[in-house]
Design a protein around this ligand. Structure first.
Ligand SMILES: *[C@@H]1O[C@H](CO)[C@@H](O)[C@H](O)[C@H]1NC(C)=O
Ligand SMILES: *[C@@H]1O[C@H](CO)[C@@H](O)[C@H](O)[C@H]1NC(C)=O
Ligand SMILES: *[C@@H]1O[C@H](CO)[C@@H](O)[C@H](O)[C@H]1NC(C)=O
Ligand SMILES: *[C@@H]1O[C@H](CO)[C@@H](O)[C@H](O)[C@H]1NC(C)=O
Length: 491
């Protein structure tokens, strides 16, 4: 009853307004309308009086109720880790090896929720360091007609729907990943907090390899890099996914099937450059040393590339990256660029990962470009192979960077600063005839940095770094917010 009245009132008001603007109706019509409104109101009021045995209805169509007032004044609760449900695609065959990647980032005590979806049962004891395991539903009813791919793509694509159907409470985001995806979960939360989970969002990133994006789509979230689907969208997808998957038996993978359904739903990819598919071979160094100015959310294809720290296993290397992550996840592998003016060197910091020292002055626009220490997914190296700008490893032998990898990091609880230590990677350097101090005597770099959990609440900006002390064997660098007027230039 209330709704009807509100509706009719609105229509009358609108027609009166248009009347006023147009002056097109004769006066009689106006009088009739005024009479009609008054009569309706009178009848309505009488009806209310007659039914006085009913409690007086709250006029909530006119005044905000206590609840909605409260909701206006209290901002919505921020998205936290427990609002996310992970759906991890795994296979029984690779389980023993791949589960170690999941253990690196999964923390039950941090209230993480998620399911590992397997194709077949695995022999395993209950393990608190891993999410619970489930076997995916039978997909033999779906056709698969891609000659290069594998029909497990259908199963993996349906993980979203199968996870939604579990009906877990208080979920805002469903995040998909592979068994060889490592998430920096605090940064994932930071990124998702920018978006309204009630709306339709499909968030992830494309491939590093231009050709991959040509063959699949620049509008597809690559599954291995992980992608997030808002609650609203996941529900809509669940209702149509099986019909949709049935329409694309010729597609290759699980993520292109998801994208096909997103296209049917009309939802575009929201690109977040911190999700990393890493469709590359070789050494990730160039990419990790010059990360885009956005939080690091995920790493993938860790079995394919070399260990990210030299002379240790892949899992050990990633474990080492988790140490700075615990102290300052927002700043993990963020780049800063400064100059040792006393020696005319360029210093590039990738916080928690590595330092590069170059002879001479390289401009920030050059240093922020990843160097091609890797090959693309078709094992090509040339500059046209990637979906972003890259630079060759070293044009001039004198400019081969001296690389220092992080070995230790701790928090000084007196100063609240992190102190990270970087040791020289002992590789031979080509002879250089430049008349300049040789960095080859340096064996250690120390970096001071205050943890900055609010880094991504501000507009994106690279941190500034300053060379505090430059000895023969040791360089001391400070990293933090840029001061007033401070930029990356030779002092
Ligand atoms: C206001 O929030 C409460 C819980 O916080 C919810 O039950 C209620 O439906 C909300 N009201 C409106 C009008 O959104
Ligand atoms: C899967 O479903 C097909 C029919 O669609 C059935 O023939 C097959 O036995 C099922 N497999 C399992 C493991 O349940
Ligand atoms: C922490 O910093 C203070 C001040 O620089 C210094 O005196 C102290 O030795 C540091 N503590 C550790 C454990 O390094
Ligand atoms: C260090 O952090 C603690 C807790 O956040 C704070 O109480 C203390 O004042 C800080 N000390 C300095 C020197 O900033």
């Amino acid at each position: 009853m209330k709704l009807t009245k509100k509706g009719s009132e609105k229509i009358i008001w609108d027609s009166m307004r248009s009347n006023r603007v147009n002056f097109g109706y004769p006066k009689l019509t106006l009088y009739l309308i005024v009479f009609f409104v008054s009569a309706t109101y009178l009848i309505y009021t009488l009806k209310l009086l007659n039914t006085s045995n009913l409690p007086c209805p709250e006029p909530d169509f006119l005044l905000p109720t206590r609840n909605s007032l409260q909701n206006l004044t209290i901002p919505p609760e921020k998205t936290e880790i427990h609002h996310i449900v992970f759906g991890i695609a795994a296979s029984a065959k690779l389980w023993e090896k791949r589960k170690n990647y999941i253990k690196l980032w999964w923390k039950k005590e941090a209230q993480m929720r998620g399911i590992i979806w397997l194709d077949n049962p695995v022999k395993t004891l209950p393990d608190d360091t891993l999410p619970p395991l489930k076997i995916s539903g039978n997909t033999s009813g779906f056709a698969y007609r891609n000659k290069q791919g594998h029909r497990s793509a259908i199963r993996i694509s349906r993980i979203v729907s199968e996870t939604v159907r579990l009906g877990m409470e208080n979920v805002r985001w469903f995040v998909m990943g592979d068994d060889d995806t490592v998430f920096i979960v605090e940064n994932l939360v930071r990124v998702l907090n920018k978006y309204d989970y009630n709306q339709f969002y499909y968030i992830g990133s494309s491939s590093e390899s231009h050709l991959q994006n040509i063959f699949f789509s620049y509008g597809m979230a690559y599954g291995g890099g992980g992608f997030a689907i808002s609650y609203g969208l996941a529900e809509a997808l669940e209702r149509m996914q099986d019909r949709c998957v049935g329409r694309y038996p010729g597609l290759y993978g699980s993520d292109d099937r998801i994208q096909a359904c997103m296209a049917e739903l009309g939802v575009p990819l929201t690109k977040e450059a911190g999700f990393h598919q890493y469709d590359v071979y070789g050494n990730l160094f160039g990419l990790l040393a010059a990360h885009p100015i956005t939080p690091l959310v995920s790493l993938h294809h860790l079995d394919v590339v070399e260990p990210i720290f030299p002379e240790v296993t892949r899992v050990e290397a990633l474990k080492r990256l988790m140490l700075p992550m615990k102290l300052d996840s927002a700043g993990l592998i963020q780049q800063s660029i400064c100059y040792d003016s006393s020696k005319s060197w360029t210093v590039s910091v990738s916080w928690g990962f590595a330092i590069q020292v170059f002879r001479g002055i390289l401009s920030p626009r050059e240093v922020e470009m990843p160097s091609r220490t890797f090959l693309n997914w078709y094992r090509r190296e040339d500059y046209k192979a990637y979906a972003f700008n890259t630079r060759p490893v070293a044009r001039n032998p004198c400019q081969k960077p001296f690389v220092f990898y992080m070995t230790r990091v701790r928090l000084n609880s007196t100063t609240n600063m992190t102190v990270s230590q970087y040791a020289r990677h002992p590789v031979p350097h080509p002879a250089c005839k430049w008349n300049m101090v040789d960095p080859s005597n340096l064996d250690k770099v120390l970096v001071y940095k205050r943890p900055d959990p609010q880094l991504w609440d501000r507009s994106p900006r690279r941190n500034c770094c300053r060379v505090l002390d430059s000895k023969r064997k040791r360089l001391v660098v400070d990293v933090g917010l840029c001061g007033e007027g401070e930029i990356s230039e030779v002092q």
